[in-house]
Design a binder for this molecule. Structure first.
Ligand code: PLP
Length: 366
């Protein structure tokens, strides 16, 4: 008997290249798109190690935990790192980036996380891209949590290295990821003696042995199941329409925000301005004295399938994450999340308006 996961024909080079082209269309990019055979941390790290070195001066924007990680990699590469950290309840502005360039004219690399699922904010990549371009720096963007939830346009925005993963708003697999690479970024890597070569982290290997060879021979056996899942997930997005998928995420964020404000009980959106809030996930701040992890645990005890989580690390006490992405970007899921949080607050003796929250969700969804 054949098994649907196990007895598959090998994924050949032509199919692999076709999946890359499909991902390139999703990004509206003419740049090379390399699909990496691992979770998004693989191209995120590979792109930094490929382009940064002791001669690099990097502006590293920190709006959540990933920015912190990128700074560590950059320092490890020998780069001089200027950290621009903004509080998690807001987004970075293009003016702040411009100011950083004025203070440090040697900046030739900028790393930025587009949207942060972990902190719930989203940054104005298009505006920041203009500033980065004016100064001729290389622009590296983590779009893992924005792709599928809001526009991601590396060519229009002048992004040299744009990393995506399928496991968030795309509703796809976590085991493969992709990066678009500009000519400038390839040139920077080729000139970098420290860029990984003959390594799993190497983007240059894919350039030299896959792209420059006309995409005829793969470097190694691909992650076949994940590649098929990625193909299917982009095909499903094409079928629904990328605009429709993004609108679903925007509606989920707006409805979560409106529902939270109507619920009351001291729960409020963690990101102050709606414009700075990511469509992929909404973070909420618990009132003083109410532990976010405990509240989430109570809500999940009632319905373990809800996409609720407490914030990571020190944020676990005060932050609730509503991860309304992929199939969970639906009115039903958002309504259920607020109902469960309302019940958990009520159990603690906190007065809430759960009916009002449900109505606000329905209204905001329209
Ligand atoms: C989710 C996410 C990633 C990938 O991390 P996982 O925890 O493995 O899903 C990378 N960058 C950002 C900004 C993310 O939100």
């Amino acid at each position: 008997m054949t098994h649907p996961f196990l007895d598959l024909a090998p994924l050949d080079a032509a199919h692999f290249a076709a999946i890359e082209d499909r991902v390139a269309r999703l990004l509206s990019t003419e740049q090379d798109v390399v699909i990496m055979q691992g979770e998004a941390l693989l191209p995120l790290e590979g792109a930094i190690r490929g382009t940064a070195g002791p001669g690099t001066t990097a502006l590293n924007v920190i709006t959540g935990p990933y920015g912190q990680t990128f700074g560590d990699w950059l320092r490890d590469c020998g780069a001089t790192v200027i950290d621009l950290a903004v509080p998690f309840h807001t987004a970075v502005t293009a003016a702040q980036v411009r100011e950083a360039f004025s203070g440090h004219p040697s900046i030739d690399f900028v790393s930025l996380v587009h949207a942060e699922a972990a902190t719930g904010n989203t940054n104005p990549v298009a505006e920041i891209g203009e500033v980065v371009r004016e100064h001729g720096a290389l622009f590296y963007v983590d779009a893992v949590a924005s792709i599928g939830a809001e526009p991601v346009l590396p060519d229009a925005w002048g992004v040299d290295l744009c990393v995506i993963g399928a496991q968030k708003a795309m509703g796809g697999p976590a085991g493969v990821s992709a990066v678009s690479v500009s000519e400038r970024a390839w040139a920077r890597m080729a000139a970098n003696p420290r860029a990984p070569r003959r390594s799993y982290l190497s983007l240059l290997d894919w350039k030299e042995r896959w792209i420059d060879g006309g995409r005829k021979a793969l470097l190694h056996a691909p992650a076949q199941l994940e590649m098929l899942a990625l193909d299917a997930c982009v095909e499903r997005i094409e079928g629904e329409g990328l605009d429709v998928v993004m609108a679903r995420h925007a509606a989920a964020a707006a409805a979560t925000r409106a529902g939270t404000l109507a619920l009351g009980g001291g729960l409020e959106p963690y990101v102050h301005e709606a414009a700075d809030a990511a469509p992929v996930a909404t973070t909420l701040r618990t009132p003083p004295g109410l532990d976010a992890s405990a509240l989430v645990a109570r809500a999940l005890a009632a319905d373990p399938a809800l996409p609720l989580a407490a914030g990571g690390g020190a944020l676990a006490k005060e932050m609730i994450r509503v991860n309304h992405y992929g199939a969970d970007a639906s009115e039903r899921v958002v309504r259920s999340c607020l109902t469960a949080l309302g019940a958990a607050l009520a159990e603690q003796g906190v007065p809430v308006d759960t009916e009002g929250a449900r109505r606000a969700v329905t209204e905001a969804w329209r």
